[in-house]
Design a protein around this ligand. Structure first.
Ligand code: UDX
Length: 432
C-alpha cells in the first residue's frame, strides 16, 4: 500500500520505517527542512536501536522516502498517518494546533478517498474534531475516513514493539476503514481490537495512565518501605507474582519521565475534568512522581549532610536506558537541586550527553564513567544502563575521595556495594 506519514518525529519515523519494512511504500513528511535533509543524508536525528539500519535498507529498496510537502503525498496515498506532536499546555491540556494544521492541509489537497489515521496520542473526541475540520475544508464530494490507531511503542525497543505488538488497536467508523487496516497490518501476528474511534482514543490514554499509576504506586510503597526498613524489591515481587497484578512496571526509582507518561497522564486528567468526570487518582499519580526526584535528592542531602563544595559523579542522564531522550528525565531536577546546594556535578551517559548539555549547564560531562566519578564524594546512578553492571567498582572506589553511593534505580545489591567499600543507599531498600 502507499502510505504517507505526516510528522517524522519519533513515532512517525519508527512507524513509517516499520511499515516500509513490511513491504509498503512509505513517504515520511515533516515541515522541518533540516530534519528532512538529515534523513535524506541517511542520518537519524535521535538514537533508537536498529532504526538506522532499517531506514537505510528501506531507502535503498525504494520503499521509504522523505519530503517536506504534504501536497506531494495526499493524493498518492491510500492511508495518511498523522504523527505530529501534541505537546502539553501549561495546564496539562494537549495542544492540538499541529493536528489541526495538518488536518486543514490534508483537506485542502484531498481529491480522492483516503483513510486519515490519528497516531499521535490525542484526547478522546479528537477524531471527531479532525473529521469535522477536514469536512469543512475539503472539496465537495470527496470521501474520506478518519480513524484512530494508537501506538504503544517504547523508546529503546520501538522496532520490536511495532513488529511484535501485544495488540493492534483500531478505532474506525466504516467497514472500508477496517478493511484497509486489516490489509495494512496483515503481515503482523497480533490480536486486532476493533472499536469505535472514541474507545480507541481512550485505550491509549487509559493504558499509559494505568502503567504510570503502577510506577507511582511502587514509588509510594517504597517510601513506606524506607520508613520501616522493608524492601520494595521483595514487596513488588510478592505483589507482582499475582497475575492479576503482574510484575512489570512496579520498579521503584526516581520517577517516570519521557515524552509520554508525564504528558499523557496530565492530558487525561485534563480531559476527564473537562468532560465533568475528573479522574482525581491521576492527580496523585503525578504528584507522587513529581516529588519522587526531590525525595531521592533529600536522601543524598540527609546522608551527606553538608553538600556545599562536594562533587557528585552522576552515572546515567537519559529518562531510561537505550535512548538519548532527556525529555522529563528525573536526572534534570535532581542535578539542578544538587547544583543549587553548591555541588559540582560530573556526569556520564552512553548516549544522552549532547541532549543533556542543551538543558543542564555547568555540568562536567565526561566520556567514561570512570572520569565522572574521579574525585567525587558520591556516585549517583540515575539511569540503569546495563553497562553499569560491569563496572569495576573496586577501581571506582579508589578514584573517589568519598564513599557515598546513591542508586536511584535499585540496580545493585546493598551487600555487594558495602563489600566494595561504599555507603550504599537506594530507593525503598534497607542500606547494608
Ligand atoms: C511509554 C509506554 O510504555 C509506551 O507503551 C507508550 O507508547 C509510550 O510511553 P516509554 O516512554 O518509551 O514508553 O518508556 P517506558 O519504558 O514505558 O518507561 C517510562 C518511564 O517509566 C521511564 O522513565 C522509566 O524509567 C520509568 N519506569 C518504568 C519506572 O520508573 N519503573 C518501572 O517499573 C517502569
Amino acid at each position: 500500500m502507499k502510505i504517507g506519514i505526516i510528522g517524522s518525529g519519533y513515532v512517525g519515523l519508527v512507524t513509517g520505517t516499520c511499515l516500509a519494512h513490511l513491504g509498503h511504500k512509505v513517504t515520511c513528511i515533516d515541515q522541518d527542512r533540516r530534519k528532512i535533509q538529515t534523513l535524506k543524508k541517511g542520518k537519524i536525528p535521535f538514537y533508537e536501536p536498529g532504526l538506522f539500519e532499517m531506514v537505510r535498507e528501506n531507502v535503498a529498496a525504494k520503499r521509504l522516502s522523505f519530503s517536506t510537502e504534504i501536497s506531494s503525498v495526499v493524493n498518492r496515498c491510500e492511508v495518511l498517518f498523522i504523527c505530529v506532536h501534541t505537546p502539553p499546555k501549561p495546564d496539562g491540556e494537549a495542544d492540538l494546533s499541529f493536528v489541526e494544521k495538518v488536518a486543514r492541509q490534508i483537506a485542502i489537497h484531498l481529491r480522492k478517498y483516503c483513510l486519515i489515521v490519528e497516531k499521535s496520542t490525542v484526547p478522546v473526541e479528537t477524531g471527531e474534531w479532525v473529521r469535522r475540520t477536514i469536512k469543512r475544508n475539503v472539496k465537495k464530494g470527496v470521501h474520506f475516513d478518519v480513524a484512530s490507531n494508537p501506538e504503544f511503542l517504547r523508546e529503546g525497543s520501538a522496532i520490536h514493539d511495532f513488529l511484535q505488538p501485544d495488540r493492534i488497536v483500531i478505532g474506525v467508523s466504516s467497514e472500508r476503514a477496517e478493511k484497509i487496516f486489516r490489509s495494512l497490518y496483515s503481515p503482523l501476528k497480533a490480536p486486532m481490537i476493533v472499536t469505535d474511534i472514541k474507545s480507541a482514543e481512550l485505550i491509549k490514554h487509559a493504558a499509559n495512565s494505568f502503567l504510570a499509576t503502577k510506577i507511582s504506586f511502587a514509588n509510594a510503597v517504597s517510601r513506606v518501605c524506607d520508613a520501616v526498613g522493608a524492601d520494595i524489591e521483595k514487596v513488588a515481587l510478592g505483589m507482582g507474582l499475582d497475575p492479576r497484578i503482574g510484575k512489570q512496571f512496579l520498579k521503584a526509582g526516581i520517577g517516570f519521565g519521557g515524552s509520554c507518561f508525564p504528558k499523557d497522564v496530565g492530558a487525561f486528567l485534563h480531559i476527564s475534568e473537562k468532560l465533568g468526570a475528573r479522574f482525581e487518582l491521576l492527580a496523585d499519580v503525578l504528584r507522587i512522581n513529581e516529588t519522587q526526584a526531590r525525595y531521592f535528592f533529600e536522601k543524598i542531602k540527609n546522608s551527606m549532610k553538608n553538600l556545599r563544595g562536594k562533587t557528585v559523579g552522576v552515572l546515567g542522564l537519559a529518562f531510561k536506558p537505550d535512548t538519548d531522550d532527556m525529555r522529563s528525565a528525573p536526572s534534570i531536577p535532581i542535578i539542578q537541586m544538587l547544583q543549587k546546594e553548591g555541588v559540582r556535578v560530573k556526569a556520564y551517559d552512553p548516549q544522552a550527553v549532547s541532549k543533556a548539555a542543551e538543558i543542564l549547564q555547568n555540568v562536567d560531562y565526561t566520556a567514561t564513567p570512570y572520569e565522572a566519578v574521579h574525585g567525587a564524594h558520591a556516585v549517583a546512578v540515575l539511569t540503569e544502563w546495563s553497562e553499569f553492571l560491569n563496572l569495576d567498582w573496586g577501581r571506582i572506589k579508589k578514584l573517589m575521595p568519598g564513599h557515598f553511593f546513591f542508586d536511584g534505580r535499585n540496580m545493585f545489591q546493598p551487600a555487594e556495594m558495602k563489600k566494595n567499600g561504599f555507603r550504599y543507599f537506594s530507593v525503598g531498600r534497607p542500606s547494608a
